[in-house]
Design a protein around this ligand. Structure first.
Ligand code: ATP
Length: 587
């Protein structure tokens, strides 16, 4: 398939705002694409090269990309730079500059979808000494053969700036439209994706084998399953009512990191909440699993928590951050020991348990796990009484937990869903505070006084999933330790952007802009209407957005979440409405 066709379709997709139309156009493209190339088409259209869990990162630095444009256009780097600043987008800059390219350097060979994908894969895989030059010459070879329109999308793709608004569910809808006769079967495609989150693979399966092929997609040890997530309610009573008054499982909600543990004869792999491989962070967890999980093959979920080795007490989440180092993990293992608190079993032996009720899964979990001071099923209480849940909550908090997770004992494992089969109860609800929010940094302001020379305040964004943008929701300047204030700018460095990123919406102009990537957990006393901020603009009152009252950084950088997993505008609107109910009508 010619890449030109793909680029032309991208430029149509870019101009569409309605989801139905987006789906329709994408479905047409799917139909025109050879079946064997559908996978790579899906990855590229979402700005990726492979499914997320394989961790293939492109993200070429802005500087390198600009240099490649200079090479391909034959123009001086100052001119390239000026054009980039003028348009604020590297793709448009490449397109404009290549339109003026001399005739004799015009493309010699037509670009194919396959070649673009293969070359980008090579760029992503180059590492070590000499890799910068190698990446650059690969990119240059693509640009030399591309039309200006193709160059636009190639440049956006390599710099991580291709945003066509094609979310996972849009791909699923488009594939269903293109290859499914019966609408009813869409749920089967979704289920396949939730237990095998490789959309390229799923779409190819569907196109070549129809519904039967999709139904044949199984849970596989080694392929992560999309995590089941929890809803929130403000009291034990509300939770019990919501679950129909029946007996539920109230479990400790531990303050650690979620691990999806995959054990097979080949070894143990650990996936994070966002389904990245993090086996290297926890060599001790790998050994614990080998020693205490009796099943040869299993997929289990656990919360890993730092502990005080002398007392066995849980320690705060921050202690786990020592595990994120590239070097010295062995030292971190010795200095900051951990314990594994298992809370689910999704696959054991040869059986997929995801469709079994939770009561059966927990039984299976207990059957295959040896309890040791470092491994155990998460503490829980089964009851139908709100008072007992309240008392258990007190105990959990005294033991250093965030609160409780209350679970429906009859529910299957709802991969990828946030539903009321799991409901969290946190202490913050007791005071006037809402839940914590996870918000990406989109900008920063220089500090004063003790913070001179550093950023003093950060501008935060809220994810508008419908439009695929991050809208400003407020500034946060409290809750940072001196260590945070020097550490955060370092992790932000590679995300700095000279212009407002194209997926950021903010009327407030900070001293520095950042592409969303570093997510802070913040707590705030209230959500208020704001004329300045753009989050949920016009959703509650015309002309007004939402902002945070008394926001405070909790000390957690949520590097287990991607920007797409951060708190959404939708969630904020419903929190605002709930809070109104609690506070009573505004007079
Ligand atoms: P939060 O900021 O509250 O952790 P989240 O979006 O990361 O939100 P939720 O769905 O709200 O996730 O809460 C579930 C999370 O709680 C899990 O991802 C897991 O890391 C953690 N957790 C702690 N204890 C348990 C437990 N007993 N069962 C399930 N998850 C647990």
């Amino acid at each position: 398939m010619d890449y030109t066709k793909v680029a032309e379709c991208y430029s149509v997709l870019e101009g569409i705002s309605g989801r139905n139309e987006l789906t329709r156009v994408l479905a047409l493209l799917f139909k025109e694409t050879p079946k064997s190339e559908l996978g790579i088409l899906v990855y590229l259209t979402q700005g990726k090269l492979r499914p997320d869990y394989e961790g293939v990162e492109l993200g070429l630095a802005e500087k390198m990309a600009l240099r490649a444009i200079a090479g391909a256009s034959g123009l001086a780097s100052e001119k390239v730079h000026r054009t980039y600043v003028k348009f604020g987008d590297i793709g448009t800059a490449a397109q404009k500059l290549l339109e003026g390219r001399a005739q004799d350097t015009l493309f010699s060979e037509r670009l194919t979808l396959r070649r673009v994908h293969e070359t980008l894969m090579k760029i992503a895989r180059k590492a070590g000494s000499g890799s910068v030059e190698a990446k650059q010459s690969l990119l240059l070879s693509l640009l030399n053969d591309s039309t200006p329109l193709e160059a636009k999308y190639i440049m956006r793709t390599v710099t991580g700036g291709l945003r066509l608004g094609v979310a996972d569910y849009t791909v699923i809808d488009a594939a269903a439209l293109a290859f499914l006769g019966d609408k009813e079967d869409r749920a089967k495609v979704e289920r396949a994706y939730n237990v095998h989150p490789d959309l390229g693979f799923i779409v190819e399966e569907l196109a070549s084998g129809g519904v039967a092929a999709v139904e044949g997609v199984r849970v596989d040890v080694g392929v992560p399953i999309r995590p089941m997530l929890a809803e929130r309610l403000e009291s034990a009573k509300a939770i019990v009512d919501k679950m129909g008054g029946k007996t539920v499982a109230a479990e400790y909600k531990l303050d650690g990191e979620r691990l999806q543990v995959h054990k097979s004869v080949a070894g143990v792999s650990l996936f994070s909440r966002r389904l990245e491989v993090i086996t290297g962070h926890y060599p001790d967890a790998v050994e614990l699993v080998k020693d205490t999980v009796s099943a040869k093959e299993a997929i289990l979920e656990a919360e890993v928590v730092a502990i005080d080795e002398d007392t066995g007490d849980y320690l705060p989440f921050q202690e786990l951050m020592h595990r994120r180092r590239k070097h010295g993990v062995d030292k971190a293992v010795a200095d900051y020991p951990i314990a594994l608190n298992f809370f689910d079993a999704l696959f054991v032996g040869r059986s997929d348990l995801t469709l079994e009720p939770y009561s059966a899964r927990r039984k299976k979990l207990e059957a295959v796990l040896k309890v040791t001071p470092r491994t155990r099923p998460v503490p829980r209480l089964t009851t139908s009484l709100p008072e007992e849940i309240e008392a258990f909550m007190e105990q959990a908090i005294q033991d250093g937990c965030e609160g409780l997770l209350v679970k429906d004992l009859d529910s299957p494992y709802r991969a990828g869903a946030r539903e009321f089969a799991w409901i969290k109860l946190k202490r913050e609800y007791r005071s006037e505070l809402t839940d914590t929010l996870d918000l990406p940094i989109i900008g920063a302001f220089h500090g004063r006084g003790r913070r001179t020379g550093n950023y003093g305040t950060y501008l935060l964004g809220a994810h508008d999933t419908e439009r695929g943008v991050f809208t400003s929701i407020g500034k946060v300047g409290t809750g940072f330790t001196d260590d945070d204030l020097t550490r955060i700018p370092k992790v932000l460095k590679s995300l700095e952007s000279r212009v407002k990123p194209s997926n950021v919406e903010s009327k407030m102009v900070p001293d520095a802009w950042f592409r969303p990537g570093v997510i802070l957990e913040v707590i705030a006393s209230e959500l208020t209407l704001s004329p300045i901020h753009t989050a949920a603009k016009d959703r509650i009152r015309p002309g007004a957005g939402l902002s945070l009252r008394f926001p405070k950084f909790t000390g957690k950088i949520r590097d287990d979440k991607r920007p797409d997993d951060s708190t959404t505008v939708e969630e904020l609107v419903s929190m605002y409405n709930r809070q109104l109910k609690k506070l009573g009508p505004v007079r």
